[in-house]
Design a protein around this ligand. Sequence first.
Ligand SMILES: Nc1ncnc2c1ncn2[C@@H]1O[C@H](COP(=O)(O)OP(=O)(O)OP(=O)(O)O)[C@@H](O)[C@H]1O
Length: 779
Amino acid sequence: MDEQSQDWLAEQERVEKVKHEIEIIKRKLKTSLSQVRDRVIELRENFWEDVTVNLEEMDDVIETQASIKQQAELLSERERSHGQWSERLKTLDRLKSSPYFGRIDFVEDGEQETDEVYIGIASLMDAKDENFLIYDWRAPISSMYYDYPPGQAQYDTVDGTISGEITLKRQYIIRNGQLKGMFNTGLTIGDHLLQAVLGENASDTMESIVSTIQKEQNQIIRNERNKILIVQGVAGSGKTSAALQRVAYLLYRHRITLTSENILLFSPNPLFNSYVANVLPELGEENMKQTTFQQHLEEGLGSGYQMETPFEQMEAFLTKSYTNHNEKLAGIQFKSTLTFKQLIDNYIKDLSGKGIQFRNISFKGNVLLKKEEIRDYFYSLDDTVSIGHRMDEVSQWILTRLKEMERAEREKDWVLEEVELLDKDDYVRIFHELDKEQNFNEDTFDDFIREEDQLRKLVVARRLNPLKKKVEKLAFVNVLATYVKFYQEWSQQNNQQELVPENWQAICEHSVDHLKRKHFSWEEATPYLYFKERLLGFIANKTIRHVFIDEAQDYSDFQFAYLKEKFPSSQFTVLGDMNQAIYAHALQGDTVLEAEHQEKMEKLTLTRSYRSTKEIVEFTKHLVKNGNLIQPFNREGEKPTLQKVSYEKDLLYAIMNQVGDWRAEGYETIAVICKSMEESQAAYERLSELLSSVSLITEETTTFEKGIVIVPAYLAKGIEFDGVILYNVSKEVYDQDSERNLFYTACTRAMHELVLMSIGEPSHFLHDVPEEKYEIKES
Ligand SMILES: Nc1ncnc2c1ncn2[C@@H]1O[C@H](COP(=O)(O)OP(=O)(O)OP(=O)(O)O)[C@@H](O)[C@H]1O
């Protein structure tokens, strides 16, 4: 038998041995689990029997409380270990199917022995708990697998750096517990394996990439030194993938102190949430919290307002439906800047001395406290104290005033009228309360009066409580009116003019017009929320310790600054691609990715694109500035096609044929990408008559499924498809240079094939692509 076959046999034997060990461990765990389960059931059933309940004396009450607490703790500890062990069982099942994917043989400097380090999605000790059969991919020693070819290598531990030599680096494909493939690898982590993984069909959810993480991605995953980590990565370079593996890494490295509840991911749209939802559970971790920035703002603004969504703004630009286009664009761009934030900060500083607008406090149509009184009280307070703290003081003052008024109110006639309308239950309750206080006894003669007092109290309290709640929430401050004054008066003053853009006057009028209708344009929502929080006291979220921002090129400097203040205890991982910056505010290139930040930060760049075939990347890289920096991964496919047609009906038939061909080839996810929602809707109406199972993706779509989807480019962000058809790339449709990034984003969604349809001549964007990079078909 040759050496290779011997190796194979030995490895096969090892897989069997590990599976056997897993079985033993599983059996043990199952026994313990069923014991715990029985114990939990027993504890729940007998909870009160095992508790000493005695409420006679104070000492007994304390003892009873302690006993209940102890019993509850015992129960919750058992429940917790039950949960953890069930999770471990699931992980063991995963390991049994695919125990590991890699191995390095490592000889530490000064040692003779070679450590065989097998790497998988979780660690595993043998049944005797003596040796590691598998190392978790996140363990310090495993980092060498991603970082080094065979030869000198090192890794960091808490006790310092360990150096040595990797004498072997091997990869495995193990499916359903069977060794299907194995090969020794050199410099990079098996192009071979990566090619096979990338050549597979697109899935309807993103998958974990732990077995093929690339060196530069590993830098992102394990980077812990900075407050802000910025990743600029070309389309398909694995930014999102690396971010999710990073979450898994952090949860593992800090498992005592960090849980998924402390991690928040801002994703580009709700659809994306479902697209990435699988990765962490696949790795045996709980999902982090996910939201979109839009959702975050909506929650902050509260009800009673209308907010433009970023997609509505995008759509309005793409369909050219803003009447005052240039002024709108200037407004959007200015309100995205830190200069605008500075202006608001200056305004707030001035408001500390004068100018905050308040509301009257009214009850049953009568003004209890005039806004002028509240204003005077506020401005009588020590102005070295922050506005937020002074607001709290005002709130306390108003509540005390309300208490006094409450007493007076109880004597009024309307109260008695309402007492008569009370439920029977209320009467019974009051009766019992008085009874408990022993107010009713044979000697008392004022029972009736006491009862009426209580009922009056109840009626007034009930009516006043909502008002008190509002006061606690500082609703007596008219934030919106104060903000409107910023545009109407404060920013119009001469000393502010050097900071504002030329057409500021028009921007102000337009802004006021919207605000008065309680409508926030997308660019207004963040500044307004920031202003509101500054005025009422910033409610910082200290639970979140890691914020991930995907598609960060879509965030303005102002939005990012706001997030930094909102999550002060958090580290930020910011991932994006300048070439995919599609929102109006980013047209001048001011995005979070390029900004310098004061905090400790590091910038990493990913230039290799993994999603698309080499031919697609060679085509798309010519569509953007600095495209020469984009490197394709070596996976071959068909050249992209430009299909020119003369009429729309030919376009529809061409799409139908193309989809038919792709379905026959076994492609499961196919997207027809349009420029706008308007175009998508029209395409959907026509194509759904010609093709079966077509669906339209809208802003509200929350689950991503296989099949044929019609989608505007801005909603396809972050997602990928086996085959992509751009609906109509004619020169009339993509005519603005500002749409270049959108066009690029759409093209880069394709994994295996890309077809551009055009009625008549195509967009001038294609003039920049050398002819040999794509096929032209005419019909
Ligand atoms: N190391 C890797 N091993 C296997 N697959 C990878 C690897 N890196 C990236 N991929 C695959 O490449 C594709 C693109 O990855 P991902 O979506 O994370 O890129 P991205 O940079 O976020 O893209 P975009 O900015 O275009 O949305 C995915 O299918 C992902 O699984």
